[in-house]
Design a protein around this ligand. Structure first.
Ligand code: 5GP
Length: 174
């Protein structure tokens, strides 16, 4: 039901949208595939990507792992005119805004705070400490929703997905 579910739905129902594959130092969750959901890299590899300027943006998310968007893949898709979507955090969005002022920014909001907590606990893939970190990040991000061009409420996955792609200028039957 969270962001990952929305990404999966876009992948399935709107294959014409290109989803950026981020690099991360986080370990894969069960079912996550290297090169599809993320490029899972070591801390050394991530540091090398940063120093080689291979990342369009990068951030430490939830005070723990590194996440970043490989620049070359984004540039290639954009140069071919492919509608492209980056699923990134607030700090990353601010960097993209600075680097690419023409980009549009959508804030994907949980239906309510209680529902966000329920989804995180229900997923069962994070321990208590990690859940606390993630909720702390969510508080900061929710406070910055006004910075975004649009807000889409993630109450029902297919509805959120349809809204996001509509904002990208894609019609349901394209
Ligand atoms: P997760 O660990 O649950 O897959 O992702 C945690 C957070 O990292 C999500 O909020 C997601 O938006 C963010 N994230 C994923 N990839 C990137 C990225 O390439 N750059 C930035 N800045 N954040 C990312």
């Amino acid at each position: 039901m969270g962001k990952g579910t929305v990404s999966a739905d876009i992948r399935k129902r709107y294959p014409q949208v290109w989803l950026s594959v981020s690099a991360t130092t986080r370990k894969p969750r069960p079912g996550e595939v290297d090169g599809v959901h993320y490029h899972f890299v070591s801390g050394d590899e991530f540091a090398r990507m940063v120093s080689d300027h291979q990342l369009l943006e990068w951030a430490v998310v939830h005070g723990r792992n590194w996440y970043g968007t490989p620049r070359a893949a984004v540039e290639e898709q954009l140069s071919r005119g492919v509608p492209s979507l980056l699923e990134i955090d607030l700090a990353g969005a601010r960097q993209v805004r600075a680097a690419m002022p023409e980009a549009r920014f959508i804030f994907l909001a949980p239906p309510s705070w209680d529902e966000l907590v329920r989804r995180l606990v229900g997923r069962g893939t994070e321990d208590e400490e990690e859940r606390e970190r993630r909720l702390a990040t969510a508080k900061v991000e929710l406070a910055a929703a006004d910075e975004f061009d649009h807000v889409v409420v993630n109450d029902e996955v297919s509805r959120a997905t349809d809204q996001i792609v509509a904002l990208m200028g894609i019609r349901p039957h394209d």
